[in-house]
Design a protein around this ligand. Structure first.
Ligand code: BGC
Length: 248
């Protein structure tokens, strides 16, 4: 494994990337953020990725890891909740390889964040079943069992009380409905309660931008497993995707 890889996190509003130092598990240089093009079609996004990677003048053999907000099977986008629908069926590593000339690995964004937290962050010393949930536009989930990722768990789309769970409990629902922390915490309690009953994780790690306000909601959740904030915060997806690119 080489010590440097480039990580990219594609989101609904921004595309972020940085070279990652894989020994430290942190950015090797400052991160860059470019607004997600609208419409967020595959070609428009690929052009942004080429610009992003090109800005750093890295050696040709530095691989690229892409974290993408959809379930991914061997790099192919299976279905799309929060970006342009034309992504379904796209071979993301092939597209990004054409745009950058580099070796590319692409995984689900929450899976990338899960690997980041397990290797370098809040779940570093935990064995057993770790669930990482990212609360943002949607709810992403990563299930990591003794360090091995079970990909594409998509637990944000569990149907709970008749709703697609992320439409009620994602951070975007809190913002959209202008919910108080207390009201949103009740929804998180219901959500994580169901998830815990299904999977009995040993540790739950909560990421996404809102995790910087963790003291407003995490201490008020009552679960059997400890539930802790992500340590890499928004860097987890970039760092985890870069680590996976270097593995393969
Ligand atoms: C998608 C997941 C993704 C999550 C967070 C969900 O809507 O289905 O694949 O991980 O949002 O971006």
């Amino acid at each position: 494994m080489s010590d440097l890889a480039f990580g990219i996190d594609i989101g609904g509003s921004g595309i972020k990337g940085a070279p990652v130092d894989l020994v430290a598990g942190d950015y090797a240089q400052k991160r860059t953020r470019i607004p997600t093009p609208q419409p967020s079609t595959p070609q428009a996004v690929a052009d942004v990725l080429a610009e992003l990677v090109g800005a750093y003048h890295l050696p040709d053999d530095v691989p690229v890891g892409v974290a993408f907000p959809a379930p991914m099977q061997r790099g192919v986008v299976r279905s799309m909740a929060n970006l342009d629908q034309s992504w379904t069926g796209v071979d993301l590593p092939a597209l990004v390889h054409r745009a950058t000339g580099r070796h590319v690995v692409a995984v689900n964004d929450a899976d990338a964040a899960g690997i980041g937290e397990v290797r370098y962050g809040a779940a570093r010393d935990t064995h057993g079943v770790v669930l990482v949930a990212t609360l943002g536009t949607g709810i992403g989930s990563a299930l990591v069992v003794d360090g091995a990722l079970v990909p594409n768990t998509e637990l944000g789309h569990l149907e709970i009380d008749g709703y697609d769970a992320e439409t009620r409990a994602a951070d975007s629902a809190r913002e959209r409905e202008d919910l108080s922390w207390e009201a949103w915490t009740e929804r998180l309690q219901r959500y994580f309660g169901v998830v815990e009953d299904l999977l009995s994780p040993d540790l739950i790690v909560v990421g996404g931008g809102v995790s910087k306000h963790h003291e407003k909601f995490l201490p008020h959740l009552h679960l059997r497993a400890p539930i802790v904030p992500a340590q890499l915060r928004n860097a987890a997806g970039i760092v985890g995707a870069a680590a996976l690119a270097a593995d393969r």
